[in-house]
Design a binder for this molecule. Sequence first.
Ligand SMILES: Nc1ncnc2c1ncn2[C@@H]1O[C@H](COP(=O)(O)OP(=O)(O)OP(=O)(O)O)[C@@H](O)[C@H]1O
Ligand SMILES: [Mg+2]
Length: 328
Amino acid sequence: MSALLEVRDLVIEYRTGGYPVRPVDGFTLEADAGELVVLLGPSGCGKTSLLSAIGGILSPTSGSIRAGGVPVTGLSGRELTGYRQRQVGFVFQAFNLVPSLTARENVAVPLLLAGVGRRAALARADVLLDRVGLTAESGRRPGRLSGGQQQRVAVARGLAADPPILVADEPTANLDYIHAEGIIALLRELRADGRLIVVSTHDDRLAPIADRVIHLVPEFRSDEQPPQVQEYAAGEVIFEQGSRGELVYVVEEGAVEITRTRADGQRESVATVEAGRYFGELGPTLGFPRSATATALSPVRVLAMSVGDFRARISSSEAPARPAPPGT
Ligand SMILES: Nc1ncnc2c1ncn2[C@@H]1O[C@H](COP(=O)(O)OP(=O)(O)OP(=O)(O)O)[C@@H](O)[C@H]1O
Ligand SMILES: [Mg+2]
């Protein structure tokens, strides 16, 4: 039996703004009904991109997504609309409710769009609002609901078509902790209903509620190596743009060129880093892929160290290395 959701080697790349950005690079996940999976990662690591692809809202650059055995990545047109309407519910960080409609009408909207009659759609909305504890508020517009209540309405709307998969993108980010707790408790209950719930968050305090936590950015390991000297011949690549790495480099001898490849394939020089300066600190510090390629211009000796050692070094009083020019 295959899993309810199977994501394989997913790549999402954006090519707007001159430089290719690849927030999702080879992501794989299998998850089943009754699971609450938390995707954990800092801002910009690709949470919304990933969930949008699972939700059928965004078409990935490569890789595949299968939901209930159906190849979502192969769907288009009416079939894709059908997938979005029946197989997956989407809860947005910013709730995205229609301000002029009541809670009840907001929940009914996806059903009305899918062709369900008004009376049946509103009856289903009543059941769902009861499920999320908002029966008394069903006639209110979003402006008269608290943030937590609005997010409950959004969860109810996501469940309108009774989809087997519910995807929630940072559903607690705009809520205080009391309301956040309520939403989490609700999502846990919903997974007990036999649904697959996939939640993204940048907040590792949510990790304990999950059946499974997937770290979108590798965690810093505790078994980090001490700083080590590395040598490169002229022309040798130290790291490539788009790769992930955990090391920060201080140049001890020689010079390193930092180049960036634009979306149109052209390579441009960003900086030359000489002895006493460091480079490569931003990617590992922020959990991003490398934004440029580093190549030895001459025979080079560098001291390669973990982010932890690097932080200790620049905050210590003894002659800290200076940064390379911006962009590295
Ligand atoms: N439509 C787009 N065009 C170009 N770049 C994009 C687009 N959408 C997202 N990006 C870039 O892709 C990267 C990942 O974005 P995404 O919104 O998926 O991350 P996120 O983890 O959801 O971040 P956040 O915590 O800020 O919501 C970011 O660098 C972002 O700037
Ligand atoms: Mg996001």
